[in-house]
Each structure stands twice: as C-alpha cells, then as structure tokens.
Design a protein around this ligand. Structure first.
Ligand code: FES
Length: 79
C-alpha cells in the first residue's frame, strides 16, 4: 500500500513585535511550522530563529523548500 500524497500549505501566524519564532527546519516537529524540540532526538537540523520587527500576520512555510525562510514563497506549489 502506498502512502498518501502530502499536501503542504503555509500557516498564518499573527506575529508580535520582538517575539522570537523558532521555525522548524527539520520537519519533525508536530507543532508545524514551529519547533517543538524534536530535532534533538532525531539529531536533525536546529530551528531558524526569527524575531518579528512588526506586528502583522505572516505566512510561515511548512514544506521547508522556501527560499525565503521562515516565510512561504510559493515553493510548495511545485511539489
Ligand atoms: S509552504 Fe509555501 S513555500 Fe513552503
């Protein structure tokens, strides 16, 4: 039996000024798109820290293919 095809889409986060967001780079977090510490046990890549400079809703990448991390750049549409 084959696995179902995964569909990715960005997740909207209402960012707060000066708040630090740890974007999951390894894909193991169950708290996507943010890090839950799973990379430590998996010996995977650590998260990317982003500190918001303005209060706005941002769309964080979940497919990990963006060229503008941590934000979605539409690359998920190529999967
Ligand atoms: S979810 Fe859109 S580029 Fe990754």
């Amino acid at each position: 039996m084959s696995e179902p095809i995964k569909k990715y889409s960005p997740v909207a986060i209402a960012m707060e000024v000066d708040k630090r967001y740890s974007w999951c780079t390894c894909g193991h977090s169950i708290n996507q798109p943010l890090c839950d510490g799973s990379h430590r046990a998996k010996k995977a890549t650590p998260p990317l820290a982003y500190v918001a400079t303005e209060e706005k809703t941002a769309y964080f990448c979940t497919c990990k293919l963006t060229k503008n991390p941590p934000f979605c750049d539409g690359s998920h549409k190529e999967i």
